[in-house]
Ligand binder design. Structure first.
Ligand code: ADP
Ligand code: GN1
Ligand code: MG
Length: 358
């Protein structure tokens, strides 16, 4: 079956006429589907990453409905301010076909999905969006959510998976990445810090987004103001510090995630300030003193964790993240380690910025 034929198995208000691959996500296969004068987003869900798709879609269905109710209650426009699923012609929230799973969303029009920040205000508004989203989810019944990827942001467990991949070295790539391996091994103790604080109940478990990469928030293409937070696959109990950290990782570095010239990769403190300001303005009141104090460390740890995941995938033969050329995961790993080290060297300046907005 073609993508267009699959699209027509959903209850669209126009017949699907054509489709093309869309966006820059690393996980799902995303298509833009065109009707006569409207478009839609169709995704083939990555069931290598999400092992239990019915559980994933149960979360997604309930979280999107919850967010829509909140938007309506505040007099907002759900077509622009939230992600909405379009059911199949049989009324199901997703489609199962030949061992694959598909879902359809309303296309949120007149928005930007930013890959690297060109206008600092975009980072400020994305912080406002994720900060509000975190507040809104505070009222979501956390115990009803399935943990779609166990230990998703457990950095100590990511370290363990890295060591397993290194020991197996299935592609014989370990020798060529000795420097990156040493970088990770020197930081083993850091990987344990936040999960230990969580286990000791010094940090609260919240319902978090867990994938707050900059391109997972849609901004108004004229004003830059926040519209919908998307990519809700990983909404689960988690740490606010990882959500903050992932946005800094992806937004405060002016270079692309796979930039080959590492001199272009660094943490821009002005961008860090824009995000911190927006985040603390929108959800600072609900954060504990320790959460606020650890925001710069969260940015560092999330960047390190992401680099460890790219390195692990490179060692494992590129089975998790989509790649478009052979050493893309290695390049991604190198930018993350450069950025993590740069963040570490700027902790004092970052602390001062956090204090300014507390
Ligand atoms: P992945 O999990 O692979 O990252 P996403 O759900 O983030 O997939 O979708 C990939 C990209 O598609 C997003 O970064 C965004 O640019 C675009 N996108 C996704 N959903 C919508 C939507 N409802 N309206 C407009 N663009 C969207
Ligand atoms: C993936 O799906 P996407 O592209 O928004 C990944 C994130 C990583 C990110 C790195 C489910 O995000 O955890 O931080 O790539 N998502 C999943 O760019 O693993
Ligand atoms: Mg995404």
């Amino acid at each position: 079956m073609t993508i267009v034929q699959i699209a027509n198995l959903f209850a669209l208000d126009q017949t699907a006429l054509s489709a093309e691959p869309y966006g820059c996500g690393h996980i799902n296969d995303t298509y833009c589907v065109y009707g006569s004068d409207k478009r839609y987003i169709l995704q083939r869900i990555n069931h290598n990453v999400f092992k239990d798709v019915p559980a994933l879609m149960d979360n997604m269905h309930r979280v999107t409905s919850f967010v829509k109710q909140q938007v309506l209650a505040r007099g907002g426009d759900p077509d622009r301010e939230c992600l909405q699923l379009i059911p199949t012609v049989d009324g199901e929230p997703y489609l199962t076909l030949d061992g694959n799973y598909y879902r359809m969303f309303v296309f949120v029009e007149n928005t930007l999905s930013v890959q690297t920040v060109e206008n600092p205000v975009h980072l400020y508004y994305s912080a406002v969006a994720f900060g509000r989203f975190q507040q809104l989810l505070a009222a979501f019944p956390a115990d009803t959510l399935h943990e779609v990827i166990p230990n998703f942001h457990n950095t100590a467990d990511r370290y363990r998976q890295f060591e397993e991949a290194l020991a197996a070295d299935v592609k014989g790539r370990a020798a060529e990445v000795a420097e990156e391996i040493a970088f990770v091994q020197a930081r083993k103790a850091d990987t344990e810090r936040l999960v230990t604080l969580l286990a000791e109940e010094k940090l609260p478990l919240r319902v978090t987004h867990n994938d707050t990469k900059l391109n997972n928030v849609l901004l108004d293409d004229v004003t830059g103001k926040p519209m919908a937070v998307i990519d809700l696959d990983t909404v689960m109990p988690g740490l606010s510090l990882y959500d903050f950290g992932d946005s800094i990782r992806s937004g405060a570095n002016p270079a692309p995630e796979d930039e080959a010239d590492l001199t272009k990769v660094f943490c821009d403190l002005d961008l860090f300030e824009q995000y911190t300001k927006g985040f603390l303005e929108s959800c600072g009141d609900s954060l504990t003193a320790l959460e606020k104090e650890l925001l710069p460390f969260g940015a560092y740890l999330m960047t390190l964790e992401c680099g460890i995941r790219f390195l692990t995938d490179y060692l494992s033969g590129d089975t998790y993240f989509k790649i478009h050329y052979p050493d893309q995961n290695l390049r991604r790993c190198r930018t993350q380690f450069k950025l993590a080290a740069d963040i570490q060297s700027k902790f004092d300046a970052m602390d001062a910025i956090v204090r300014r907005y507390c």
